[in-house]
Each structure stands twice: as C-alpha cells, then as structure tokens.
Ligand binder design. Structure first.
Ligand code: GLC
Length: 725
C-alpha cells in the first residue's frame, strides 16, 4: 500500500467511516465477537453502536498473539473496506520481562542498556500482537509526591532527552515496516504533565512558556527528532487550556513549529474531560475543540463518533480536518505494514520462545544492577562480609511486588525476590535468617517483632528490605507524606537498640523523605522497583559480585516541605550561603535548603579522587570548542565505575539562569589505584537558552564549567564566551 493507494482508500470512505477510524476502544469492546457479529462488552456504557465498534480504528490494552489474531481476523470480516485495527498497549518498562521502573533506569545513566530495555520490550510485545506502545513517558518531574515520578527519568532536561531518544530507538528500530519485532512509540504526556500543582495527579499545571520550553518540552522534542511516530496529549491544562483542546500547544507548537505530522492521540478520556475542565459545554463542543487542536484519535470516549460527522455536516468543522486525522491513522497502519500483514508479528508459537526468555531476563538483571543507587555506606557495611551471618528482615525480604506500577503483563510470582536472589547468588542458607518484621503498611504483630529481634540478635549484620507497595506510586497514586510507612519506621526503631551493622534496601517508586531511615542505619541502597530480576540484581550488589554505580536522576528531599527541590534551580537575589549566614536570605528556619541527596549523587564500593578541571583555553568563541579535562583516580580497594558529570553556569544572562545545568558526562571504570582522564568538549550551542523574547541563542559573558561526581560536589572553572552568534 503506497501513499497514492492510501489516498484512494480515504476517498472510498464515508464520513462516518473516517470518524470511526479516530475512535480507540479498550479490548472488552472487541472480545466475544463472533460470526453473528454481536460484540459483547460495555458498548452501552459508552453509548457506542456495533457499527462504530466495527469501524473503530484502534484498540488499546490488547495483547496475546492468539487473541490479537482472533480479534483482528474478526474485525477485518466486518470492516467494509478491510481496514485493520491498530493494536496499542502500555509497554512502559517491559512487557512480560519487566525492567526497572523508568526512574530507576534514569539512575543508570546507561543509554545502551536503556535502549536495549525498549528493544526487548518491543520484541516481546510485537510477537504478542502489539503494534504501538504508549511509551516513552518523558515528563520532567520535580515533585516526588506525584505518583508518576516512577514512570519518568527525572528532573534534568538533558538526561531526559537522551533517554527519550534511547527508548524510541529501542522500541522502533530502523525499519518499522520490515522489522516486525519492533513497535511504534508514542511519546507522552504532551505536555508538562509532571508539573501538576501540589504533586497531585491531573491537577493544574501553570508554567511560563519559558519554563515549559526550557525544562519540560525538550525531551518530547528529542523523542520526535529520533523519529517517534505518535504523541499522546496530557490531562492537564497549559496556560489555562487543557492539552487536548489546546491549539497553541498542538497546532502552533507541535505541528507547525516542530513539524510533527504523525498521530496525536488523547489520553484516556481526555477529550471528554474538556467538559469538567470547564472549556466545553458538552460532548459536541469537546469534539469541536479537540479536532481543531489537532487530536487525531480519541481514546475511550465517544465525542468524535457521536458528534464529529454532524459538526462537519453543519459546517462547524471542515471535513478536511477529519480527512487529515483519518489519513494520519491510515498512514501509521501503512508504515506498520498492516494492510499487507494485518497480523504483523503476532505468532503464538514464537511467543512461547521469546517472551520472558533467559536472554531478556539477563538484560533486565544487568540494567537493574546499574539502576540501583548506593546512598549511604557508613562503616562499609556493604558489600556484606563473606562469612557474615545475615538477618534479612522486612516486608520485601521475600516479596515479588517489585515490578512497579506499569507492569500489567508482568507476573509478581515470576519476580526473583531478594531472599531467592541471595541464595541463588551463593549465600549459604546456613548464614541466612529471614523475618518479615512487619507489613508494608501493617504494624508488626508481637510475633513478627519477636522473630525479627531474634533474627537480628543471632546475625552479624542486618539487611532491611523495606519500601512502598507498587500501587503507592504510578497513576493517581500520589502521597503527601513521602516517608516510609509508619510500620516500617517502627521496625527500624525497634531493631536499632541491638546495635547491629544495618543496611536498608529500598523498593519504592519515588524519592522518599528518609527521616527515620538514613539517620538510623549504616547503609542505604535505593533499589527502586527493579523488575523481574530485581532480587537477583540486588543480591549481586549486596554480595559484592557487582558494585553500585547508579547516580540519582531526581533529588531526594531533606523533607517533603522542601518540595519541589531540584538541582538546576535559579539563584534568587538572596541566596542562602551556608558559609555566610544571614537572616534575610532565601532559607527555612527549620530545615536546610539542600536536598538530602542531590541530583547525580551515588556511591560505590570504592572511592574516587578528582584533580582540578583544566580548560584548553579560558575563552570560547562561537564556532570554536573548549576542551575540559579532569583526572580521576580510584583511591579505594575495589574496581569501580564513576560517572563524571559536567555542568555549566551562565553567570549573567538575558534572564536568570540555573546555578547548574548538566551538559555531558563520561563513565570511567577504574581499577584500584588507576587514574584516567575524562575529556569533554564545550561549544557555543551548548550555552544557548531562551532569552526574554524567547529566542534561542547564547550571549557573550562569563560562565563557569563544573566537573565532579554529582551536582553538588563539582569543582568550577571560569571561562568567557567572547562572541554572540
Ligand atoms: C492512562 C495514562 C496513559 C496511558 C493510557 C492508556 O490514563 O495516563 O499514560 O497510556 O491511559 O492506558
């Protein structure tokens, strides 16, 4: 099917058939379909007819090779022009083989493994019949109260952009038509969803265009520059207009300024939500505003199928808009080769070999090892001493609830628990005593507490396996109190008097307020929700078979009262300078300004020393390059991986500038005593930003380049940019 044939197909379609292509329904609408043509499912609840379901353009939440084959085959029988369904699903960090949550992957700073995770997810999804995944989610986040931080890669636009590209490459590959082991990607949620006020999901977002462009938009643009096929609208408002009805955001910026001509799909129900938002009086006005904004597919609400044809017939909407939307949907089907191969990669036989295979699980394990972040390791409690007797205590000791909130195809019972991981990694069962101690949020019973105390007493070291239920983060799962549940804090306090060396392993979906944890234990390893192989990965780290190398992609607040707290903030006119205390400065009376652990932070099992950064010159001209070098030495006793980070500060801009901006990083693997040089190049384009009039350019003046192990402990050197572009 070429473009000309597609145009001809469009020309054969009735207005109602074109509108039906813009309808996306969940799987139940198509299940139970049989030769009699009766479709079971909640049609009545949504007020759609059999004709509309038969004409629908796509289905969401469907997977399983045989089920897809059955539904697609049946759909083609009843679709007048034989137009196949697009099968879309949320494959966010794995299909059946669940990888660490994206916030964990964000801490790996390893784009090759990130890309591999998406490639594996695509391979398993495609053989199970999926054509499009609703990923990557690239919303920038600064508020750990928001449940969906788990789905993001953190607070930095540069790093988010690298991950956006890596995920799109992994999902889509280089030949979406010929390579049926890949799926089309859908970057989401456009735009600014992570800036919800008060960290409450679906809440108002009100950002200046500068903030939006400087921090929130760049990763979506990176995904599209990498060839991402689809965009999903966000639930929130932007400048008072919900994204799904926002013509500036969708037409002016996305389609005209960025030149995106792919499919734009609403988030679930977001078109009809224009009514409760208060910008549409009814479904008809919602349909009018959404189609004018350029939304092609309406997910799971019937405003388009109920009203769009009438709006065209009444002249309120030009049929051209419907034709363009339907054409984009048909074009995506063409790109995926669905007209020639409507079953595409669905293959029940191969599905059994590919899905959850050892090769995929090994990839998940490798990424989980890289995604864990060692936040504290007083007295070198980790790695565990080879002969130590270990008390593994806590609700996550044997829990499979380590897959995270977007793991609907993954099975907790298939997950490697920490307990099983330790034994599989060679820990002698005779040296392991286990007690659950308490529930995730259920207080310890007397028996549980007694058993935990007894286990700790007989052990040389205590490993606490703590965290959040997976459902305590993710969509609509926000928390105002981001500490560990009281039950677990009480367990830590009860064990403290025993004075045993203690390491806390955290399985959670957000940066936590670690009061009652970090101040009570020796070591803290942030494991996030590490996925199907999580227990195996953490065990490798605890036993020293691998060293932690993760670096935080999102700040850990000192307390929730600091939120939002992020490294690339503005200096203010009254910065709080701890070395020069003053009352009338930007500060709190009761807590520090600094987060507990900053962006980019993470420890390993060795230590590194940094030389002073040196520059090839102290002036940079437009068109020229500066080389920035720093020598790093492994001053410890174990091999280790260091992520050397390069930040820049523009001392005086046309508008205020962040005190630091990540611009590059290098990974060095160094043996004990080994020294290597990290070398970076800086060029004028990396110094550009949105000026007062929103032009994207640089200006001459003083800058500081910082190099170091994280956003806090980085040494700075000044240089000048000598000529504006
Ligand atoms: C949800 C989410 C979105 C997801 C969609 C389909 O509401 O916001 O991320 O892709 O619905 O499941």
């Amino acid at each position: 099917m070429d473009r000309q044939q597609l145009q001809s197909l469009l020309g054969q379609m009735t207005l109602d058939e074109k509108v039906a292509q813009l309808l996306q329904l969940a799987t139940p609408f198509f299940e139970g379909a049989d030769d009699a043509g009766m479709i079971t499912g909640p049609m009545a609840s949504l007020g759609v007819t059999e004709r509309e379901v038969r004409g629908a353009g796509s289905v969401l939440g469907l997977s399983g090779a045989q089920q897809v084959i059955d539904i697609q085959t049946n759909h083609l029988k009843f679709n007048r022009l034989g137009i196949p369904l697009l099968v879309m699903s949320d494959i966010v960090h794995g299909f059946k083989t669940i990888f660490p949550i994206p916030l964990a992957i964000g801490c790996s700073w390893d784009m090759a493994l990130a890309e591999r995770s998406a490639e594996v997810a695509a391979r398993e999804a495609a053989v199970s019949g999926v054509h499009v995944t609703f990923a990557p989610m690239v919303d920038l986040v600064r508020d750990p109260r928001w449940g969906r931080v788990m789905e993001s890669t953190g607070e930095d636009p540069y790093l988010n952009g690298l991950y956006a590209r890596a995920f799109v490459r992994g999902f889509q590959g280089k030949d979406l038509t010929g390579d049926t082991d890949r799926v089309a990607a859908c970057v989401k949620h456009f735009a600014g969803y992570g800036a919800a006020e008060a960290g409450r999901d679906y809440n108002t977002v009100d950002l200046s265009e500068r903030q939006l462009r400087e921090f929130y938009l760049s990763a979506y643009k990176a995904a599209l520059d990498e060839g991402c096929e689809m965009v999903m609208t966000s639930f929130n408002t932007i400048d008072g207009i919900p994204a799904s009805g926002n013509r500036w955001l969708m037409r002016t910026l996305l389609r005209e300024e960025w030149g995106f001509d792919g499919v734009l799909i609403s988030d679930w129900g977001a078109v009809k939500e224009l009514i409760p938002h208060g910008v549409a009086a009814d479904e008809s006005e919602a349909a009018l505003k959404a189609i004018r904004a350029g939304v092609d597919i309406e997910m799971m609400t019937p405003c388009y199928v109920h009203h769009l044809a009438d709006l065209v017939r009444s002249g309120a909407v030009e049929e051209r808009l419907v034709d363009e939307a339907a054409m984009r949907v048909l074009e995506l089907k063409r790109k995926l080769g669905l007209f020639e191969r409507p079953l595409r990669g669905a293959d029940p036989e191969r599905e059994r070999e590919v899905v959850f295979c050892e090769e995929h699980r090994a990839a998940a394990r490798a990424l989980a090892v890289k995604s864990c972040v060692l936040l504290q390791n007083d007295n070198d409690v980790l790695p565990l001493a080879p002969a130590a007797k270990v008390a593994l205590i806590g609700p996550f000791a044997g829990s499979g609830d380590i897959l995270g909130a977007w793991s609907w195809q993954g099975a907790k019972e298939d997950a490697v628990t920490l307990h099983d991981g330790l034994l599989a990694a060679g820990l002698d069962p005779a040296r392991l005593v286990v007690a659950d101690g308490c529930g995730v949020d259920a207080a310890a019973t007397a028996e549980q507490l007694d058993a935990a105390l007894a286990a700790a007493r007989e052990a040389d070291v205590v490993v606490l396996a703590l965290g959040e239920h997976a459902w305590m983060s993710g969509e609509a799962s926000c928390r105002a109190d981001i500490r560990l549940p009281e039950a677990q804090l009480a367990l830590i306090a009860a064990l403290k008097p025993l004075g045993k060396p203690t390491a806390a392993i955290l399985f959670n979906g957000r940066p936590l307020d670690l009061h009652g944890v970090a101040d009570q234990v020796d070591a803290v390893l942030e494991a996030w929700f590490p996925g199907s192989e999580g227990g195996a990965a953490v065990a490798e780290l605890l036993l020293g078979k691998a060293s932690p190398s993760g670096r935080l992609a999102m700040s850990f607040p000192y307390a929730v009262g600091q939120v939002p707290v992020y490294y690339n903030a503005y200096n203010t006119g009254r910065p709080n300078v701890p070395t020069a205390p003053d009352h009338y400065v930007s500060k709190y009376l009761d807590i520090p300004n600094e987060p507990l652990y900053p962006f980019g932070y993470g420890l390993g099992y060795t230590t590194f020393a940094y030389g002073e950064p040196t520059l090839s010159a102290n002036e940079l001209t437009a068109g020229g390059e500066l080389t920035v070098s720093v020598r790093v030495t492994n001053t410890g006793r174990r091999i280790g991986e260091e992520t050397v980070q390069l930040y820049v500060r523009d001392i005086a801009g046309d508008v205020v500038r962040p005190v630091k901006e990540l611009k590059d990083y290098r990974k060095l693997v160094l043996a004990p005593g080994e020294t290597a040089e990290a070398v970076f190049t800086l060029a004028e384009p990396q110094l550009r930003y949105y000026h007062a009039n929103l032009t994207w350019t640089s200006d001459p003046g003083e800058f500081v380049v910082f190099v170091g192990p994280n956003s806090r402990d980085a040494a700075g050197v000044r240089f000048r940019l000598t000529a504006a572009v």
